[in-house]
Design a protein around this ligand. Sequence first.
Ligand SMILES: [Zn+2]
Ligand SMILES: [Zn+2]
Length: 136
Amino acid sequence: MTDFKTILQHKDLKATHQRLVILEELEKAKHIDIDKLYNLVISSCPTLSKATLYRNLNELVSKDIITEVKVANQKNMYETTKLPHIHLICKKCGSIEDEVIDTTFLLNEVSKHRNFQIEASSISLSGICEKCLTKV
Ligand SMILES: [Zn+2]
Ligand SMILES: [Zn+2]
């Protein structure tokens, strides 16, 4: 389990019980939308409102402790910030998998071709996952 207490303190955020529960659930779930996350978190933080959860998530995103993942035709997902990676999104079962791959070359090419200064990137591939492909 990641030491979120230290991570929060390094980013000048108090390691509150709420934040720790949110981060632990996020890490377990890997990618999760706010509604599903809320259902998990309230069992440990029964007084937490969805508005407070939303505020906490925004704070954690702004400190780059978690990342918002935009998925076409789905609610935004959240994940703990990891190494740069791309997302493989299955059209059949909706699963989201991480593929850790170095996209520096690709981004550099785009940046050169278009004279565009890239500040952030989020790459998602849509298709059919291995599990769904092998299911007969
Ligand atoms: Zn699938
Ligand atoms: Zn991811």
